[in-house]
Design a protein around this ligand. Structure first.
Ligand code: SF4
Ligand code: SF4
Length: 379
């Protein structure tokens, strides 16, 4: 991937042209907008639907929209959804089968044409989450072809973080508020005495062509310095942090910890944390047959390791207790994920913290496990 365009600056009008251009190209533009008391991801037909002047107030089990004094668009951290809702949808038909009048059965693979998505406002943590899902869902011997089709056509427009939320901890998962490679365009929003504008960097040829089509000016030193300063400052303002220890070893060595009983007393095993997590990928399948018995469909839908059925073998579930199910989730995320996929399964987006109805905070649980382990903290 070669980016040829030098960094540029666009203003609010340029952002409007960006969305209009993507729509005119026939792309399905998905980005943040305000709905139902939250900043959600939804299809956008113009930039007017973006959350101008909205921020969020977050804590464990808490999410509130707050009005800002400026017209910033991307000054909010991750909302309840992630891009997996589009790339790895909650429900997807895999195939259908029909019985012919002669009694034969024909199978038809559901291969709908993949939409040409343009994801606008992808956070650096979510960019990393998409890279993880790429590896999980298409990196092995049995790729998820539906995911692959959608992913290949998706254009990623990142928005670097300048205002991390109180539940964010991406830095302690090895990431940060700056966008890693993998984007087509990266925006850094700046609102200061020189106005409301966006530093734009291209990360691919397609991004460079898109940038070329926008009203823009060459990036000036002041704007570049402001953008870098805002992102660097965000790095030091993470709301939370994981203990700076080898989490893989900590979790792997904590299977018998008492803390699992403590968290099990609070956990409702509702699975919200897995639904909102941008890297959780587990699914189940089910068949749906019509009343005639001549037509049947196989559907894939999200599943959760918090669901009793998820580990049901003969005579019952393998992980029957809340203790076992919460431990499975956290240990997989932070420890055994490394064995399977050579990375952590957590990008520190903080969604599971904000959207847990019991206010269970992964960072607090890991700190408690660390304290129980008696391991020296390396600072
Ligand atoms: S940790 Fe929270 S969100 Fe996850 S299953 Fe338990 S109660 Fe639900
Ligand atoms: S485990 Fe929680 S913080 Fe980590 S990626 Fe998933 S939702 Fe985000």
């Amino acid at each position: 991937m070669t980016a040829t365009a030098p960094p540029a600056v666009i203003d609010e009008d340029g952002l409007g042209v960006l969305v209009a251009t993507l729509v005119a190209q026939g792309r399905t533009v998905v980005g943040p907008t305000v709905r139902d008391g939250a900043i959600v991801l939804a299809e956008l037909t113009s930039s007017a639907a973006l959350p101008y002047g909205w921020g969020v107030d977050l804590d464990a089990g808490r999410y509130r929209l707050v009005r800002r004094e400026d017209r910033a668009v991307f000054a909010h951290s991750a909302g309840p959804q992630s891009w997996k809702s589009w790339l790895h949808p909650a429900r997807e038909r895999l195939w259908s089968a029909d019985r012919t009048p002669e009694g034969d059965v024909t199978f038809t693979a559901a291969e709908p044409e993949a939409p040409a998505y343009a994801f606008l406002g992808v956070r650096p943590c979510d960019l990393r989450a998409i890279a993880i899902q790429d590896w999980v869902l298409t990196g092995g011997r049995h790729p998820d072809t539906g995911y692959g089709r959608r992913r290949r056509r998706a254009l990623l427009i990142a928005a670097e973080c300048t205002e991390p939320g109180a539940t964010c901890f991406c830095v302690s998962t090895g990431g940060g508020p700056a966008a890693d490679p993998g984007y087509d365009l990266a925006l850094t929003e700046i609102v200061d005495d020189d106005g409301h504008r966006f530093l734009v960097r291209a990360g691919s040829e397609e991004g460079a062509r898109l940038l070329d089509a926008l009203p823009h000016r060459r990036a000036d030193f002041v704007t570049e310095a402001s953008a870098r300063g805002a992102v660097d400052a965000a790095r030091d303002r993470m709301g939370r942090a994981l203990p700076p220890v080898d989490l893989r070893t900590l979790l792997g060595g904590s299977l018998a910890a008492d803390r699992w009983d403590d968290v099990a007393d609070r956990c409702l095993t509702c699975g919200n944390c897995t639904m909102v997590c941008p890297t959780c990928f587990c699914v189940t399948t089910e068949e749906v047959t019509d009343l005639t018995g001549d037509h049947t469909e196989r559907w894939q839908r999200w599943d959760s390791c918090f669901d009793l059925d998820f580990s049901h073998l003969h005579e019952g579930p393998v992980r029957a207790s809340p203790r076992a199910r919460y431990r499975q989730w956290l240990t997989h995320k932070l420890s055994t994920w490394h064995d399977q996929f050579d990375s952590s399964g957590c990008v520190g987006c903080g969604r599971c913290v904000a959207w847990c109805p019991a206010g269970i905070d992964l960072t607090e649980e890991v700190a408690a496990l660390h304290a129980e382990s008696g391991t020296e903290t390396r600072r």
